[in-house]
Ligand binder design. Structure first.
Ligand code: F6R
Length: 239
């Protein structure tokens, strides 16, 4: 595991460089993206690189980590809409190569289908992760087995409260979501985790230096051979 400390601006630049290097070497790379506040700087930077003709997503294939259950793609707070707004509609990604879990078909067949689609694409080359205040990755909340694959989850109260800022009222925050499992994430050939801000410091510390335990889902990353963790001084401030 490689730890990189920098400002949020430089983290966005350095992480974006990982994508331009990867896509230059492998134009049809399989990229797995995350939503939330953390990757926004990186997504801006990727759009900038695309506008400057320094990167092309034409042949790339994308999978997203998660999607709220019970809302469709057209819902303003769906992760599909989030990705379209903050990245996909600004780059040359082929819409047929975009994959997010379905929020409306939460059948077992749909969960298996998502795993199968990742496998048929050749597996994930680069997985992007944020981290929850409770150590979650994707929506794999504390206690999720490390062997989990794409599955339906009930969101913890702390996650719903953290995400309430995107919804009008607390009762509009979905209670369930579909997420890639921890094994799905760990099967990626390389992983970038970004953590920004003081609210992430305790979770980051347990994830990187604590016991490897399902109580802190991100601690599983200690077992992955190719992880880069980008931290600003606030998130890395406890060590
Ligand atoms: C989002 C996701 C979550 C977030 C995490 C941090 O697709 O999988 O694990 O990465 O909740 O969220 P932010 O970046 O909003 O602090």
């Amino acid at each position: 595991m490689r730890l990189i400390f920098d400002t949020p601006e430089n983290i966005a630049l350095r992480a974006a460089k990982r994508y331009s290097d990867l896509l230059a070497a492998k134009p049809n790379a399989v990229l797995a993206f995350a939503t939330g506040s953390t990757p926004l700087g990186l997504y801006k930077q990727l759009i900038e690189l695309y506008r400057n003709k320094e990167i092309s997503f034409k042949e790339a294939i994308t999978f997203n980590l998660d999607e709220y259950a019970g809302i469709g793609r057209e819902h303003p707070q769906s992760y599909y809409r989030f990705m379209m707004e903050h990245l996909f509609s600004h780059i040359d990604l082929d819409p047929s190569r975009i994959h997010l879990p379905s929020g409306t078909d939460v059948s077992d067949a749909a969960m298996h289908g998502y795993e199968d689609a990742i496998k048929s694409a050749g597996g994930i080359d680069l997985q992007l992760l944020g981290i929850g205040n409770n150590g979650h990755i994707g929506f794999n909340e504390p206690g999720t087995p490390f062997a989990s694959q794409t599955h339906l989850v009930t969101l913890s109260d702390s996650t719903r409260i953290a995400n309430a800022r995107f919804f009008e009222t607390m009762d509009k925050v979905p209670t369930r979501a579909v997420t890639m499992g921890i094994r799905t994430v760990m099967n990626a050939r390389s992983i970038i985790m970004i953590a920004l801000g003081k609210s992430k410091a305790a979770a980051v510390h347990s994830a990187l230096f604590g016991e490897v335990t399902p109580s802190c889902p991100a601690s599983v990353l200690q077992l992955h051979p190719n992880v880069e963790v980008y931290l600003d001084m606030a998130a890395g401030g406890e060590f």
